[in-house]
Design a protein. Structure first.
Lengths: 120, 677
């Protein structure tokens, strides 16, 4: 009887400890998930802004033809965004055959880019 | 320089070297495909060191030779590190031998001139160690040999052919130890097994031809990847079959953790298991996606952004309503020009900039007056379709402010005090059947006013001669849809075309809208509505502070004094509230509230209450007529008593008594001492 009592107490403490740490684990996991999501959003924002800046500097402000190296850089940047919608719109912009068409596609591209930036 | 390190994997053939050597000072040296071997052990060509550059193996005055013992001798020349000497105390040795040092059946040359080279191609060779390629048949036919005729029979193939199976034909294995199943013929005596089709290790296993097949254990070479095991089946006379092979992929075996994971995996609930990993399509090199020729969009020939809409947007003039306002008020126009408010994009500046304009009463030279007392010509001058708000028996004009909405439309706005009377005046532009008004709750918090436009008299508002506030009513005010607090009618008892109404300002503070609907007689005109934003401020109150809380003081007498400029003394006098339909002084009720609606001027407040010190406020200026509703704190006459509570007093008394006790003790001691003396 005397021996079983401390054992029972230890088991009880361990049980409570397990429950406590279990709950704590799930809470921390949830927070981790939220933080990861926030970090991901931040990363996406950064990448979208970086591409938008590149696009404005190298394409919209370009006075002459955009060279191959810059186009490679732009293509890399747009693919790095890993966003199907932006990539599709980018492709539409590149494939434009008329001035009016390209102006429409630029507007749509800028609209999509801005809509991708999330403010928390 | 170490040629035998873990990952060196140096291999020497009759044609060249492959693999790496490792130097502890200069790192890796790449030998493959660069350094050539002429088969006789003389090396030539170059090796490449990542930190030492090219190393020539046959330089002038040097050269590296593998001698008959398999040792590297001589010297190579590194372009950056100079001579590398092979030999001496540290030797590089290989199991490869120059042709001249190898047996005739393993020297890659047709020594007997029968067109067949080495073992097992040359029937004269019984093994790689055989030093004579001479054909036994030819020898026997020439000189008479002792070999039986079956010695020259080729190995007999089984029905299924000679075969080797690694792990019974499995595709992959995670262990280097495998089981080989070998199927030979009835006269098969030995089996050669190797991972090299040339069988350089000379590993042979005996074959029991009485069995249909035999199984033996075999250890694969190190390193993951596809492994091929070759075998050839030979008779006791050394005649061998063609080489057969089987392949298996050696994969990395599971670690202890992986093994445990594998055991525990079925026990993990489904929701805790990770989802399936996404399979990414193979990536196409970016260079292939971008054409060398720039697309039309990148050729710089076109304007990528449409210039016309941008120009229209940027250079569009101010909204008509604001332009009308500026035209009617030259000072405002000048201010707009100086501050650069000339385009529609500048309207946003009006939301942050506060402009103070001179009162128009002085400019127009018209006095403040009651509507009923205005002359006919003044009534004619009264701008149409503008709602004016007055109080204090029409003697006080409300400070009419102009606010610009999000859409850039000007809006009327007044501020009043809760529960105070409000007189509304409107002059319809055309004959009306009636004018109706609604008080509608808008919001609890008022929006900031962008542009203060003083109008200290009704007639000062001639700047609104062009009606900019009245709008065609799109749909009637529906009581059930909005929080309509009050519905009232404007009246025109004297028939002068000016409609008036008197209402009470809502009691609850907040922002309200007074919607005035003019129902024109002309059916084409229909109905127009004018919206007047009314901000209702709370009344001021008298309070006493106790800690963080405020206690309202009822029964306090609040007197308002004003600077009577017309008097000779120019002293403050009690404000004549009765002229403005109000009371002065006011006695606060249980809520401790008071308020005054006053015209512009200088004022000060005095508050008296029994048990409190008299509050004598500082003079302040009221501009353009507005409410006085300051919250005033009163101090009690015995305020210092509140600083110390009864506990502090009790403690102080105890301390004093103690000190007095000590003092008396000292006196007593001194007296006793004096007596003793």
């Amino acid at each position: 009887m005397n021996k079983s009592k401390p054992t029972l107490i230890i088991i009880l403490i361990l049980l409570v400890g397990n429950v406590f740490f279990g709950v704590k684990y799930f809470v921390v996991q949830k927070k981790l998930g939220q933080t990861r999501a926030a970090l991901e959003t931040q990363k996406t924002n950064d990448k979208v802004l970086e591409f938008t800046k590149l696009f404005v500097d190298e394409v919209l402000k370009a006075k002459t033809e955009v060279d191959f190296e810059t186009r490679l850089k732009l293509e890399n940047a747009v693919r790095n965004l890993e966003d199907e919608k932006i990539l599709t719109q980018w492709q539409k912009f590149i494939d434009s055959r008329t001035e009016a068409g390209v102006q429409e596609e630029v507007k749509d591209l800028l609209e999509i880019l801005l809509s991708k930036i999330k403010i928390q | 320089m170490n040629f035998d390190c873990d990952n060196c994997n140096v291999h020497i053939t009759d044609s060249g070297l492959s693999g790496y050597a490792l130097s502890e000072t200069v790192g890796w040296i790449y030998l493959s495909d660069i350094t050539n071997n002429n088969g006789g052990g003389t090396l030539s060509g170059y090796a490449w060191g990542e930190n030492m550059g090219w190393i020539k193996f046959n330089p002038t005055n040097g050269g590296v030779i593998i001698n008959s013992s398999g040792e590297f001798t001589g010297s190579a020349l590194g372009e950056n590190i100079g001579w590398i000497i092979f030999g001496g105390d540290y030797k590089v040795k290989t199991d490869w031998r120059p042709r001249s040092a190898r047996p005739a059946c393993n020297n890659s040359s047709d020594d007997d001139g029968d067109g067949k080279t080495d073992y097992p191609a040359d029937p004269g060779c019984s093994s790689l160690e055989d030093a004579d390629e001479t054909d036994a048949v030819a020898a026997s036919s020439g000189g008479g040999g002792s070999s039986p005729p079956e010695a020259f029979d080729a190995p007999k193939a089984p029905e299924s052919g000679f075969r080797i199976l690694v792990n019974n034909g499995a595709i992959e294995t995670d262990s280097r130890k495998v089981t080989l199943i070998l199927i030979g013929g009835s006269n098969t005596k030995t089996v050669w097994i190797s991972e090299n089709s040339q069988f350089p290790e000379n590993f042979q296993a005996s074959y029991n031809s009485s069995l249909p097949q035999i199984s033996i254990s075999f250890t694969l070479s190190e390193g993951e990847g596809a492994k091929t095991v070759y075998a050839k089946f030979c008779t006791q006379w050394g005649r061998c079959s063609e080489v057969v092979s089987d392949s298996i992929v050696l994969i990395k075996g599971p670690t202890i953790v992986e093994k445990i994971t594998r055991i525990l995996k079925p026990l993990v609930p489904e929701f805790l298991k990770p989802g399936p990993s996404e399979v990414k399509p193979p990536e196409v090199p970016i260079e292939k996606l971008v054409s060398k020729k720039a697309p039309l969009a990148f050729q710089g020939k076109w304007q990528l952004l449409p210039s016309e809409p941008i120009r229209e947007f940027v250079l569009a003039p101010l909204p008509k309503a604001i332009r009308n306002l500026a035209q009617k008020f030259p000072t405002l126009e000048k201010t707009f020009e100086e501050t650069g408010i000339v385009k529609i994009t500048d309207v946003v500046k009006l939301k942050t900039v506060k402009l103070t304009l001179p009162g128009l009463t002085e400019r127009v030279g018209l006095p403040t007056a009651k509507v009923a007392n205005l002359s006919l010509s003044a009534k004619r001058q009264l701008p149409t379709e503008i709602v004016f708000a007055k109080t204090g028996g029409e003697l006080i004009d409300f400070n009419l402010a102009l606010s610009v909405t999000e859409k850039g439309e000007p809006q009327e706005k007044i501020s009043t005090i809760s529960g105070k009377p409000l007189q509304l005046v409107v002059k319809p532009g055309k004959p009306v059947r009636g004018v109706k008004g609604y008080v509608v709750f808008k919001s609890k918090v008022s929006q900031p006013t962008s542009l203060e436009l003083p109008s200290n008299s009704l007639l000062a508002s001639v700047i609104f001669a062009n009606p900019v506030f009245a709008k065609v009513q799109e749909q009637p005010v529906r009581v059930e849809e909005k929080l309509v607090l009050l519905e009232f009618e404007y009246t025109d008892p004297d028939g002068d075309g000016i409609y008036t109404a008197e209402i009470q300002a809502p009691v609850v503070e907040g922002e309200y809208e007074i919607i005035t609907v003019m129902d024109f007689e002309d059916p084409e005109l229909g109905a127009k509505e004018i919206r007047l934003i009314t901000v209702v401020d709370p009344e001021g109150y008298i309070y006493e502070k106790s800690g963080d809380k405020e206690t309202r003081v009822p029964g306090a007498i609040v007197s308002l004094y004003y600077l009577y400029l017309n008097s000779e003394t120019k002293q403050y006098e009690l404000w004549p509230a009765k002229e403005y339909q109000q009371e002065n002084p006011q006695t606060t009720d249980v809520r401790g509230t008071y308020s005054f609606l006053v015209p512009e001027g200088y004022y000060y407040l005095k508050v008296e209450a029994p048990g409190y010190l008299v509050y004598d406020g500082k003079p302040f200026e009221v501009k353009e007529g507005s409410g006085i509703h300051i919250n005033i704190e009163l101090k009690t006459k015995y305020w210092w008593l509140k600083i110390v509570d009864w506990k502090t007093i009790l403690l102080a008394v105890v301390i004093i008594l103690l000190l007095y006790n000590f003092y008396r003790d000292k006196i007593r001691e001194r007296l006793v001492r004096l007596k003793n003396l």
